[in-house]
Write a protein that binds this ligand. Structure first.
Ligand code: UTP
Length: 320
């Protein structure tokens, strides 16, 4: 059955401050996960669920993102002349992957603000939102299931994960009711990044949404919330409380593999977890990794400085 949803929106305009200085001149969504930028996994996921019309919300440093999905005649020419068809195929694949569109966010005023920038492109139909730094393992189904649930309930649907209580403050947390449907819950309330003792549950919103277009009406009226940003979670909370005209909000509980590449530790884990299962890298990486792990101590034997000592001591205004 063809999907009733055809458009995907990928917000990729955040500042990526957790990854500075790597993200000083490059969006964090372009950081390589093994040998593909994180954003390509996300576009591939949208396409695999039948969403070929992809709108990317970009910020400053957007060039790298656009260039990655555009042709590179010089590179193609060189690979062709060398007869390197394997790499040429990889280069061409990212160019023809999806029907890509771009919109600028201007100031990064929060995820809700980024989603609102998609209003003109999306129109009055349900659409998917996939966060550009959040990777769902392609071996685990999530988005297609969410599209089906959206169709069945004619509601807004978010992806939820059961996270340890000590991590809930990093996410939007959901208050839920059972629906009787396996892995599907009704969301009665949402709180953005709550303290552990104030969280309504351990169900955290992760970076996949299928939204009804009423979200735009709600976002237009949503005041800046936590961190002075327009929070998508706040808009979803309003929608959950007004099911009459928004259709309400449902959660699909995801138990598969997810990698938050916007977080440095998770990013490193993502590369290792994906590389060990790769045909081309796994056979050499797995035994090396085992050896390495065997030789690990609880404490490092020698601390590796984040910054060279001279740089750390440099005066703040180096242009004086
Ligand atoms: P994050 O909160 O992880 O992004 O947003 P960030 O602000 O770039 O991260 P740090 O904390 O400074 O490192 C999740 C997703 O929403 C996008 C980001 O690009 C990321 O894909 N986003 C966030 C926007 O597009 N616009 C915004 O204003 C904020």
């Amino acid at each position: 059955m063809a999907n009733h949803v055809t458009k995907a929106v990928i917000p990729a305009a955040g500042l990526g401050t957790r990854f500075l200085p790597a993200t000083k001149a490059m969006p964090k969504e372009m950081l390589p996960v093994v040998d593909k930028p994180a954003i390509q996994y996300v576009v591939e996921e949208a396409v695999a669920a039948g969403l070929h019309d992809v709108l990317m919300v970009t910020g400053r440093n957007k060039n790298a993102l656009e260039n990655h999905f555009d042709r590179n005649a010089e590179l193609e020419d060189t690979l062709e002349k060398k007869g390197d068809t394997d790499r040429l195929q990889k280069v061409n694949y990212s160019t023809s992957l999806a029907d890509l569109h771009y919109v600028r966010q201007g100031d990064p005023k929060g995820l809700g603000h980024a989603v609102l920038r998609a209003k003109m492109h999306v129109g009055r139909e349900p659409f998917a939102v996939l966060l550009g730094d959040d990777i769902i393992d392609s071996r685990d189904d999530l988005l297609q299931h969410m599209l089906d649930v959206q169709h069945r309930y004619n509601a807004t649907v978010v992806a939820l994960m059961d996270v340890p209580r000590e991590s809930i403050h990093l996410y939007g947390a959901a208050a839920i009711e059972e629906t009787g449907d396996d892995d599907v819950v009704r969301i009665t309330g949402l709180v953005e990044k709550p303290d552990a003792d104030k969280a309504p549950s351990n169900y955290a919103i992760i970076g996949r949404y299928v939204l009804r277009p009423e979200v735009f009406d709600v976002l237009e009226r949503t005041e800046p919330g936590r961190g002075g940003e327009i929070q998508l979670t706040d808009a979803l909370q309003s929608m959950a409380q007004a099911p009459d005209w928004t259709g309400g909000v449902y959660g699909v509980v995801f138990r598969g593999r997810r990698y938050d590449t916007g977080d440095r530790l998770d990013y490193i884990k993502a590369i290792v977890q994906l590389a060990v299962d790769r045909e081309d890298l796994g056979p050499e990486l797995r035994p090396w990794l085992k050896d390495f792990a065997d030789g690990l101590h609880d404490e490092p034997r020698e601390i590796l400085d984040e910054m060279p000592t001279d740089a750390a001591d440099a005066p703040e205004d180096v242009n004086r």
